[in-house]
Design a protein around this ligand. Structure first.
Ligand code: ATP
Ligand code: MG
Length: 687
C-alpha cells in the first residue's frame, strides 16, 4: 500500500498544495489555477496528476491537455517521477497508463477514430497540415474559377486563415472579415461558396484539416448520447495554458463535463498570445462562473524562476497594460544584475553580440542548452543562424521551419498518406507528379480512375499513363500495391524511400543530405506502432528542426536554443536574448493601429522576458531588415527601442559607440546566395 504521500507535498507552497489536494483525490468541483509566469502552474499541475494517481485514480481515465506534444511528454515523465517517489516501481506501471496526454488536436484525432463509425466518418481519414489545407483550398479556388476571373481574390493562405478563424471562433463570416480581414469584405459571398465547396471536397476525399479535429469533436459532443459516453471515459480532465484555448476548445470541455466536475484548468491571462488563432482569453476569465457549482480558484504569486531585477522589469512591462492582470509576482531570488538593453548598429552586430555573449556564458559554466535566443518571427533569426554556423556554434531551432516541412520528407509522407487514403487528392497530386511525364491532368485522371474502380489498386493497375511516364509508372504501381497489401510497419517507409531515391538523385544536388533526413524519418517511425499513428502524430505536431527528436541521437551534445516567442511558451532558460526589441518588431508593424493587437504584443514581450532565470538581454538594432512586406520589397528601416520597455528597469549597454567594425562587417545584410548554401550545412549540423 502507498505510504502517506508527504514527500512531494512538502516541497510545494501553501497555495500550490491547496491546488494539488483540491478534492482530496476524488472527482471534485472544477478548479482554476490562475497565476503569473514562473509561479509553478505547470509544476503544480504535474503534482496534481501524480497526487490523483497516488490517491487511486485510474491513469487511463485521466485526460491531460497541453499546448505541444513536447510539453505533454515532459509532463508525463514528471508525473511518473513524482508518483515514483511514493509508489516506487508501481508508479511506472501506472503512468504508462497515462496515455491520454497530448494536444487538443492529437486527442481529438484519436477520439474521432474511435467514434468514427458512430458519426458517419470513415475511420481511415487522413489529416491535412496547414500547407496541405492551403493546397486543397487552392485547388477548390481554381475549380470555382475564383482565381482566374477575380484576379484580386484573396490568396489561398488568406482564404485558409479566414476559414480557420471563423471555425475556431465559432463566429459568422462577416464580422470576422470586418474585424480582421477588412480588405476581403467585398468577397463575402464568394468566400462562402469557396468554403462550402472546400468542406465538400474534404468530405469526398475523407480528409480532415486541423480545425476539423476540433470542429468534429465539438459536433460529436453535441450528440447527447455520445457526449455522455465520451465524458464518462474520463474522471479527470486537466488543461495547461488555458488562456490560449479558443471557443471550440472551451465548448468541448463543457460538453464533456457539463457540471465541471473533474475539470482543472491552469493559465495566466497576462500570457495570452494566440488571439490570431482565435484564442479567447475570456475562456479563463469566465471559467469561475461557468458551472452551476462555482469553481475553486487558486492564485499563486510567488515566482520561483527569475531574479528580483528580472521580475521587476517584466512586471513593469505588464504593469502598463491597459487591462488589469493578476497581481504582481514576487521572488526571493536576489540579484545585482539588471536585465540589459543592448543597442547595436544592425542585425549583423546583433548576431555578433549574441555569439560572443553565449560563448562567454558557456565559459562561465552555463551550457548552451540553458541559453535561448527568442524572436518575434521565424525569419528574424536568419543573420544569427548564419553567424552561429560560421562560428561552429551548434543550435536547434523551435517554431521555425520544421523538419517535416522540407519537400523530400513531405513527398515521402504523401506517398504513405495516399496509400492510407487514395481519396486524399493533395497527397495523390503530390506523389503522382513526382514521376517524370506526369502533370496535373494525368495525376487527376489517375486519381479519378482509382476512385471509379471498386478497388483503387485495380484502378491504378489498369490506368494507362501518358507515354512520357511509361518508364516511371511501373515502379509506382508496384510500390502502391505493396503499401496497400499486407501492412508491414515500419518497413513501408523504407519501401517508399527506395522508390523515391532515384527521384532525389535526379532532382537534387544535395540528394545525400536529403537521403539522410529520410533515414532519420525511419528512425522516428520505428517508435510508432502503426502507419496511421505515425502519420497522425507527425502531421499534428511535427518534430522541430534539429531537435533531438528529429535528429539522430546526439543526445549528449549541447546546443543553443533558438525559438520564436510563441514556441517558447512555458519554458525557462538561465540566460535569454530577445532579438529586435524594437518598434516594428515588437510590436510588429503589422499590428500597428488596433489597440487590442498592440496589447497582445505587449504580452508577447512579457512572455519572452519571463522565460529568463538569471540573465536577460533585450537587443535593439538601430536599423533592421524588413522582408518584402506589401509591395515595398525588402528594405532597411531605422528603429526605435520597443515602446513597452520603461527606462528605469534596465541597464543600458551601447555597442554602437565601440570602434567601428571593418567596412566589410558593417551594414552586412543577409544575401540570398549565402542562405541557400547554408541550408545544407545547417542540416548537416544535426546529423
Ligand atoms: P509559465 O507561466 O511560464 O508556464 P509556470 O507557472 O507554469 O510558468 P513552472 O514552469 O511550473 O511555472 O515553474 C517555474 C519554475 O519554478 C520551475 O523551475 C519549477 O521547478 C520551479 N518551482 C515551482 N514551484 C516551486 C516550489 N514550490 N519550490 C521550488 N521551485 C518551484
Ligand atoms: Mg507553465
Amino acid at each position: 500500500l502507498a505510504r502517506e504521500p508527504k514527500d512531494y507535498l512538502a516541497r510545494l507552497n501553501r497555495e500550490q498544495r491547496a491546488a494539488v489536494e483540491h478534492g482530496g483525490g476524488e472527482v471534485a468541483a472544477p478548479l482554476l489555477i490562475i497565476a503569473g509566469a514562473g509561479s509553478g502552474k505547470t509544476s503544480t499541475l504535474a503534482h496534481r496528476v501524480a497526487h490523483l494517481i497516488v490517491k487511486g485514480a485510474d491513469p487511463r481515465r485521466i485526460l491531460l491537455m497541453t499546448f505541444s506534444r513536447r510539453a505533454a511528454s515532459e509532463m508525463t515523465k514528471r508525473v511518473e517521477r513524482i508518483a515514483a517517489e511514493v509508489m516506487g516501481d508501481k508508479a511506472a506501471v501506472l503512468t504508462e497508463g497515462l496515455t491520454w496526454a497530448g494536444t487538443f488536436h492529437a486527442v481529438g484525432a484519436r477520439l474521432l477514430r474511435d467514434y468514427a463509425l458512430e458519426i458517419g466518418l470513415d475511420p481511415a481519414f487522413t489529416i491535412h497540415d496547414r500547407e496541405d489545407s492551403a493546397d486543397l483550398m487552392n485547388l477548390v479556388r481554381h475549380e470555382l474559377g475564383l482565381s482566374k476571373t477575380e484576379s484580386r481574390f484573396p490568396a489561398k493562405g488568406t482564404c485558409l486563415a479566414i476559414y480557420s478563424r471563423v471555425v475556431n471562433a465559432q463566429a459568422e463570416l462577416e464580422p470576422v472579415l470586418a474585424k480582421s480581414f477588412p480588405w476581403c469584405i467585398g468577397w463575402a459571398q464568394e468566400l462562402k461558396t469557396l468554403f462550402a465547396t472546400y468542406v465538400e471536397a474534404k468530405q469526398a476525399q475523407n480528409v480532415l484539416d486541423y480545425d476539423d479535429l476540433l470542429l468534429w469533436w465539438a459536433q460529436m459532443c453535441a450528440e447527447p448520447a455520445i457526449a455522455g459516453h465520451l465524458g464518462g471515459r474520463f474522471d479527470h480532465i486537466l488543461v495547461d495554458e488555458y488562456q490560449d484555448t479558443n471557443r471550440l476548445q472551451a465548448a468541448i470541455l463543457t460538453a464533456l463535463k457539463p457540471d465541471g466536475h473533474g475539470l482543472t484548468v491552469v493559465g495566466d491571462d497576462a500570457q495570452s498570445i494566440y488571439s490570431f488563432r482565435a484564442a479567447e482569453v475570456r475562456n479563463i476569465l469566465d471559467f469561475p462562473t461557468l458551472f452551476a457549482e462555482p469553481a475553486g480558484i487558486v492564485t499563486l504569486d510567488r515566482n520561483y524562476r527569475s531574479t528580483d531585477t528580472l521580475l521587476a522589469a517584466a512586471n513593469a512591462v505588464i504593469g502598463e497594460a491597459s487591462e488589469r492582470f493578476t497581481k504582481d509576482l514576487w521572488t526571493e531570488r536576489r540579484s545585482s544584475e539588471k536585465p540589459r538593453l543592448v543597442t547595436v548598429r544592425d542585425e549583423a552586430e546583433q548576431a555578433n553580440h549574441v555569439c560572443e555573449e553565449v560563448l562567454e556564458e558557456r565559459e562561465r559554466g552555463t551550457l548552451l542548452k540553458h541559453q535561448a535566443v527568442l524572436f518575434r518571427a521565424s525569419h528574424h533569426s536568419g543573420p544569427l543562424e548564419i553567424e552561429l554556423t560560421r562560428r561552429n556554434i551548434p543550435f536547434v531551432k523551435f517554431g521555425g521551419l520544421k523538419f517535416l516541412d522540407s519537400a523530400h520528407v513531405k513527398d515521402v509522407l504523401a506517398a504513405l498518406r495516399f496509400a492510407e487514403n487514395p481519396r486524399d487528392r493533395v497527397a495523390g497530386f503530390r506523389v503522382l507528379q513526382l514521376m517524370q511525364g506526369v502533370g496535373p491532368s494525368a495525376a487527376s485522371a489517375a486519381i479519378e480512375a482509382m476512385e471509379r474502380a471498386l478497388d483503387p489498386v485495380l484502378g491504378l493497375q489498369f490506368f494507362k499513363p501518358p507515354a512520357r511516364a511509361e518508364t516511371d509508372w511501373p515502379a509506382f504501381v508496384e510500390l502502391f500495391c505493396g503499401l496497400k497489401g499486407k501492412s508491414a510497419w515500419p518497413a513501408d517507409l523504407e519501401r517508399v524511400r527506395l522508390w523515391y531515391e532515384p527521384h532525389l538523385d535526379r532532382n537534387h544536388e544535395d540528394a545525400a543530405a536529403r537521403r539522410a533526413d529520410l533515414l532519420t524519418l525511419e528512425q522516428i517511425a520505428a517508435g510508432y506502432p502503426s502507419r496511421e499513428r505515425f502519420l497522425t502524430d507527425l502531421t499534428l505536431d511535427p518534430p522541430d528542426a534539429t531537435s533531438d527528436e528529429a535528429g539522430p541521437p546526439h543526445l549528449d551534445e549541447d546546443y543553443l536554443i533558438l525559438s520564436t516567442i510563441h514556441s517558447a511558451k512555458g519554458q525557462e532558460w538561465t540566460k535569454v536574448f530577445v532579438l529586435n526589441a524594437v518598434d516594428g518588431c515588437i510590436p510588429s508593424d503589422l499590428a500597428a493601429g488596433e489597440r487590442e493587437e498592440i496589447e497582445e504584443e505587449r504580452r508577447l514581450l512579457y512572455v519572452a522576458m519571463t522565460r529568463a532565470k538569471d540573465s536577460l538581454h533585450l537587443i535593439t538594432p538601430q536599423r533592421f531588415f524588413v522582408h518584402g512586406q506589401a509591395a515595398r520589397g525588402d528594405r532597411h528601416v531605422y528603429a526605435q527601442r520597443t515602446r513597452f520597455i520603461p527606462d528605469h528597469i534596465l541597464d543600458r549597454f551601447d555597442r554602437t559607440s565601440w570602434p567601428p567594425p571593418s567596412a566589410a562587417a558593417a551594414g552586412r545584410s543577409p544575401q540570398p546566395g549565402i542562405r541557400v548554401d547554408m541550408k545544407a550545412r545547417m542540416r548537416g549540423m544535426w546529423r
